[in-house]
Design a protein around this ligand. Structure first.
Ligand code: PLP
Length: 453
């Protein structure tokens, strides 16, 4: 019998996160203060984040210790299994070995608790009582709701309205973990009221929900804001995925030719990829692919520019691939991938050609996801389906070329709370939406006049 799962013992869990900033071949551009045009300093960020996380955000230290209290909570579901997808391989009939890291086994159902737990922990020890955040598909909001309960913090989540309506069970999960969940745009903030005044039927976007959550955090005493992707410290926490995967593949004596992850703000992709990017910087031959939706083609069509992370321009200017901060993506079902920007770290790696980006439409991704569900049986999240579509793409090319390939990818979450999306796909209600170029040109007008990287 061939081995399907590679598991690590609890005591083999990595004890440090990996910080790619120590190994970047060229320095990254700093975030800028929109008022002064100068790099932001820790004090500028202090009303929004606790200082211990700001220190991680700017740290150049290669390895950062994972606090004991965080490791203890990680052990509830980590280390996650690395599995070989024999059944899916058989269906594809290509000369590939496919390994996936199953992040869907976490209590919230995705990779998001990997950073929710440390973020709640660092806020708690800094003396913060309450966190505000946004969520797209609801995966991040539910992960933070759970983490806040663990560390006894209050939690308010602004959920993008289209997802709030598509995914009522995510709101219920947040409520079950004791958090409050509000559809965004809402009337609770000035940012939300402004959007509603102009667009009463706005489906919402992550950019709008971020504005609402930041405003909420800075206007409530003892509160801070928490972000589920994009920022350096978030990507740092997610490296636990790739670090575990490296221990697991070492046990079975394989090394991937290709590493794949889906990318919304870039955190699960970075989580699996960054330890392998490190190897690549040191001479290993490995192809690293980030998969995004054609409806929100941040890396494949968006320029590298300074832009705000949110609609109301409350964040610093981040150097990233972007479609413009007022871009509202089509209401596709992969809610977690509907973000106008991309993590500065991932954007930088794309510019350095250490990472390549590919885009897939909703029909291709659900086709891949349904094939997966009918072979490997776990039903993937609509976001994860983008990674699976990229796996299919790579496998089919390998078949065409008659080349053997080892593929490793991050199975970022399960889709058990996204079944309405599968229902829409299976009943022929979805279409292969691709963002028209004129819409990109229109949206990019929002960044005209901002500093250029
Ligand atoms: C299952 C899943 N995968 C991927 C993503 C995309 O986020 P990120 O790019 O930060 O990993 C999300 C976001 O909500 C998600 O829920």
């Amino acid at each position: 019998m061939e081995q399907v799962k590679v598991v690590l013992n609890d005591n083999e869990i990595p004890k440090q996160w990996y910080n790619i900033q120590a190994d970047m071949p060229t320095p990254m551009k700093p975030p800028l203060h929109p008022g002064t045009g100068k790099p932001v300093g820790p004090d500028d960020l202090a009303p929004v984040f606790p200082m211990n996380l700001i220190e991680q955000e700017v740290s150049q230290q290669r390895w950062i210790d994972i606090p004991e209290a965080v490791l203890e909570k990680y052990l509830i579901w980590r280390p996650t299994p690395l599995c070989r997808a024999f059944n899916f391989e058989k269906l594809l009939g290509a000369p590939v070995k496919i390994y996936y890291k199953n992040e869907g086994v976490s209590p919230a159902g995705s990779h998001k608790p990997n950073t929710a737990i440390p973020q709640a922990y660092y806020n708690k020890i800094f003396g913060i009582k309450r966190l505000a955040t946004e969520t797209g598909a609801g995966q991040w909001g539910s992960a933070l709701a759970m983490a806040c309960k663990i560390f006894d913090l209050e939690c308010r989540v602004f959920m993008v309205r289209v997802s709030y309506e598509q995914k009522p069970y995510r709101r219920m999960m947040m409520n079950a973990w004791g958090a409050e969940c509000i559809p965004s745009p809402s009337t609770m903030t000035n940012a939300g009221k402004q959007v509603l005044a102009e667009h009463p039927d706005s489906p919402g976007s992550l950019g709008i929900a971020i504005s609402e959550a930041i405003e909420d955090a800075v206007t409530h005493k003892g509160s801070r804001y928490s972000l589920g992707s994009v920022l350096n410290h978030v990507l740092l926490h997610q490296t636990i995925i790739g670090l575990e995967a490296q221990k697991q593949i070492e046990k079975i004596g394989v090394y991937p030719d290709v590493v794949i992850g889906c990318a919304g703000g870039g955190s699960n992709f970075a989580g699996i990829a960054l330890p392998f990017v490190r190897d690549k910087i040191h001479g290993k031959k490995v192809q690293i692919i980030a998969a995004e939706p054609t409806s929100c083609p941040t890396m494949t069509k968006g320029p590298f520019a300074y832009d705000f992370g949110d609609l109301a321009k409350m964040t610093p200017l981040l150097p990233m691939h972007t479609l413009g901060h007022d871009f509202v993506p089509a209401p596709i079902h992969a809610g977690g991938l509907r973000y106008h920007g991309m993590a500065p770290i991932v954007s930088h790696l794309v510019n350095e050609k250490l990472v390549e980006a590919r885009a897939y439409n909703q029909m291709e991704t659900f086709d891949a996801g349904v094939k997966w569900a009918r072979t490997e049986c776990f039903i993937p999240a609509p976001e994860t389906n983008h990674a699976i579509a990229a796996v299919v793409d790579v496998a089919m090319k390998a078949k065409e070329e008659g080349k053997e390939k080892v593929i490793l990818f991050d199975w970022s979450g399960h889709g058990l709370v996204d079944l309405a999306a599968y229902d829409a796909y299976l009943s022929g209600k979805l279409e292969a939406y691709e963002l028209p170029d004129e819409e990109i040109r229109r949206a990019l007008k929002a960044i005209e006049g901002l500093p250029k990287p």
